[in-house]
Structure formats: structure tokens, C-alpha cells
Design a protein around this ligand. Structure first.
Ligand code: TYD
Length: 137
């Protein structure tokens, strides 16, 4: 299996209710890693791009809590564009995947569950350095 194929959309439980739907995430049950950090992107201006990096060891799970956006996954060989627009689906991203987020709708909120605390040393922010680390350069 190529690295990009390890990234996948996972469906979360959804309790449909005429009063409003409910989705929950339980540790060690719905997400394929232990959650150690949560952060979110919001007030993203039209046309803005986020991401533009890869993580050495971090696992992440991305949910469009509101609105929609695209995640472009790139493992140095293959690219895949994933559109997220439902709060009961999430995208699992394994380590060593270059990702860009774009096409944010107005009012979009991007929730990210992460397997570790923030550590700048875990980032590749330079694409060439990332390709070198993957052995493609
Ligand atoms: P970055 O991960 O580059 O954002 P994105 O991938 O969503 O575009 O982070 C942007 C800035 O925020 C950078 O200076 C690091 C800081 N930051 C933290 O301090 N803690 C965090 O948990 C995250 C995700 C970022």
C-alpha cells in the first residue's frame, strides 16, 4: 500500500435527531491514534491556503466542523484532493504526508485532532527537504 493510501476518510457516529444531530468521538475507539492536542482553523479568508508542510511523526484527523474545504495530500509520488463538507466524516493523515488546505467556504471551521503536542521540529516546511527525506531527491 502506498503511503497516500494509508490516509482515509473515516465515518464518525451520528445520532440523527429532529432537534439537531449529534456526533461524538471517543478516545482509542474512533480515531487510530491517541489524541494529545486539538486545534482549529476559522475565519479563513476567501482564497487563503493553509498547511504547506509535512509532519515527521504526527498523526492527524481533520474534520470540517462547519462549511467545507479541500485537503490536497501528497506523498511525493501521488497527489489526492479530498473535499470535506460533513461534520460526521474525518480525514486521517498518517505521518510524512505533504498537505495543503484550500477552497475554504465562508464560515468554514477545520478541526484537527493530533497525536502529539505542538513541536516545530516535527515539521518539514520545505518541499525539497521533504522529498529528500522520502528518498525521492
Ligand atoms: P501551522 O501548523 O503552519 O498552520 P497550518 O498548517 O494550519 O497552516 O501553524 C501556524 C502557526 O501556529 C505556526 O507559527 C505554529 C503555530 N502553532 C502553534 O503554536 N500550535 C499549534 O498547535 C499549531 C497547529 C500551530
Amino acid at each position: 500500500m502506498s503511503r497516500i493510501d494509508r490516509c482515509c476518510i473515516l465515518e464518525l457516529p451520528k445520532i440523527s435527531d429532529p432537534r439537531g444531530n449529534l456526533t461524538f468521538i471517543e478516545a482509542n475507539r474512533h480515531i487510530p491514534f491517541e489524541i494529545r492536542r486539538v486545534y482549529y482553523l476559522y475565519d479563513v479568508p476567501g482564497g487563503a491556503e493553509r498547511g504547506g508542510h509535512a509532519h515527521k511523526t504526527l498523526h492527524q484527523f481533520i474534520i470540517a466542523m462547519s462549511g467545507s474545504f479541500d485537503v490536497v495530500l501528497d506523498d511525493g509520488r501521488q497527489k489526492k484532493r479530498v473535499h470535506l463538507n460533513r461534520s460526521y466524516y474525518g480525514l486521517y493523515i498518517c505521518p510524512m504526508i505533504w498537505r495543503e488546505l484550500d477552497n475554504f467556504s465562508s464560515g468554514a471551521v477545520c478541526l484537527v485532532l493530533a497525536s502529539d503536542l505542538y513541536d516545530e521540529n516535527d515539521y518539514y516546511r520545505d518541499y525539497d527537504a521533504y522529498l529528500t527525506a522520502r528518498g525521492y531527491k
